[in-house]
Design a protein around this ligand. Structure first.
Ligand SMILES: CC(C)(COP(=O)(O)OP(=O)(O)OC[C@H]1O[C@@H](n2cnc3c(N)ncnc32)[C@H](O)[C@@H]1OP(=O)(O)O)[C@@H](O)C(=O)NCCC(=O)NCCS
Length: 424
């Protein structure tokens, strides 16, 4: 069976997390992703947060599956010439350098179009055009500037960042969609184009409901927020604790064992159509007809005490027992799963969402596989490449260089130290 993006060649100039997430997805859909790395160094994440000495970190291996790696000094004349050839031979260039780096390297949009008018150039930057356009940005900066931090956390605490990498991996996802869209448009326009995704914009897109609430707050209190009815609302969307982002009130409730287990909790949603079932399960049948509790509007000012009462029930069950009981009545709820529980969850292994991958230097490790499943384009997760593992192969097979030309380029130092070459 073929793969969706078979025949698409990506010049992967990405590093750290945001860009590599994007190109990893494209590789999982079948694109040939050639990662260009600085000789001797490579993507900085190869050495960051290492758990085994001198072995590519999990940070790197988990973001660079199914890619080929070549080392190329793009500041060396011969290296630049190789890069020009790669631009001519690839369909998409993806990069997430700091603003201005690609231009300084000599690969402006105008130059790339000269070399290959069909090329799509996809970039992630921290900010779009505006006051911060020249800033370098990492995950948490984007979370703060995109509205996530000001709306996350509890009302009486500071802004909080989330563990979900919405700035990096989130923007990588946005960029991947932009790239396949541009590839599709190219099938009838014949031309490449630029695809830009700013991390601030990506985070804000994921915080869409908070901009919704910013406009609602100007017309009255946000009645589903925990601040209602006793707290004060200011002029900006407040932090909503664990309140549900949608129209269905929800909260995180303790389950049996919470005193010793930091994850013995369940997310409980009081969806209106199952209110009667909730009342029966927790032994408060009188709430079904009591006018103070019978309608969603009547419940809004009492949500705090309602959840306190429901919690008295959830505290008597462990989170999985509570799930089993509540799901029988279609009551939307979810256990708070630790990373340990997720790593060991058999159903995630079956679907390939959690995969075990073997690596020649580190041995087997767990990774998150492709979360997007295509019925005609299955993903097989392959280990990340060693630094420069495919340099010779790409110069030979993709660019068609003969050995004497490769030796000449290597002699210039453009491919890295001779030691690295000998190791291939
Ligand atoms: C992530 C970020 C802050 C890292 O900054 P950094 O480590 O200082 O790296 P930069 O992107 O500034 O630049 C890399 C330098 O290496 C050079 N370089 C990269 N690959 C090279 C290669 N193969 N050969 C030679 N030089 C290379 C670049 O030319 C650049 O040099 P210059 O500044 O002299 O022009 C920055 O890249 C950034 O803001 N990116 C956009 C936003 C983003 O994606 N952030 C999230 C990352 S998860």
């Amino acid at each position: 069976m073929g793969q969706a993006l078979e025949g698409v060649r990506i010049l992967d100039f990405t590093h750290v997390q945001s860009g590599p997430t994007c190109t990893q997805l494209l590789a999982w859909f079948g694109a040939d992703v050639i990662k260009v790395e600085k000789p001797g160094v490579g993507d900085i994440t190869r050495t960051q947060l290492r758990d085994i000495p001198n072995v590519d970190s999990l940070y790197f291996t988990m973001l660079n599956h199914n890619k080929r790696s070549i080392t190329l000094d793009t500041k060396n004349k011969a290296g630049k010439a190789v890069l020009e050839e790669l631009v001519r031979s690839c369909d998409v260039l993806v990069e997430n350098f700091a603003p201005g780096v690609l231009d300084r390297m000599g690969f402006s949009w105008a130059r790339i179009q000269e070399l290959n008018p069909r090329m799509i150039v996809a970039s992630i930057k921290g900010f779009g055009p505006g006051p911060y356009q020249d800033c370098k940005v990492y995950e948490n900066v984007a979370q703060c500037a995109g509205g996530a931090a000001s709306t996350t956390g509890f009302d009486d605490g500071p802004p909080l960042v989330t563990g979900a990498q919405i700035g990096d991996s989130g923007t990588g996802l946005h960029l991947a969609l932009g790239i396949v869209t541009a590839l599709y448009q190219r099938t009838h326009s014949g031309r490449g184009q630029r695809v830009d995704a700013a991390m601030q914009d990506g985070v804000l897109n994921l915080c869409r409901v908070k901009l919704r609430d910013q406009q609602r707050i100007e017309r009255g209190p946000l009645k589903e927020y925990p601040q209602y009815p006793n707290g004060k609302f200011g002029d900006a969307v407040p932090r909503a604790g664990n309140a549900s982002g949608g129209g269905q009130p929800g909260w995180i409730l303790k389950c049996k064992g919470w005193e010793n287990d930091p994850n013995a909790y369940i997310y409980f949603i009081t969806q209106a159509p199952v209110w009667g079932a909730i009342c029966k399960v927790i032994g408060k049948e009188e709430w079904i007809t009591d006018p103070d509790y019978a309608t969603p509007e009547a419940r809004l000012p009492r949500l705090r005490s309602i959840f306190d009462t429901i919690e008295k029930w959830t505290e008597t069950k462990d989170k999985f027992e509570a799930m089993d009981i509540l799901n029988k009545f279609d009551i939307p709820c979810g256990p708070i799963l630790s990373m340990r529980e997720i790593a060991n969850e058999p159903s995630l292994r079956v679907t390939g969402t959690v995969v075990e991958v073997d690596h020649p230097e580190r041995g087997p490790y767990l990774s998150v596989g492709n979360p997007i499943k295509l019925s005609d384009s299955p993903t097989v997760v392959e280990r990340s490449p060693l630094l420069g593992e495919h340099t010779q192969e790409v110069l030979r097979d993709v660019l068609g260089f003969d050995q004497s030309r490769i030796d000449e380029i290597a002699g210039s130092g453009a491919l890295g130290a001779p030691v690295a070459m000998a190791a291939e």
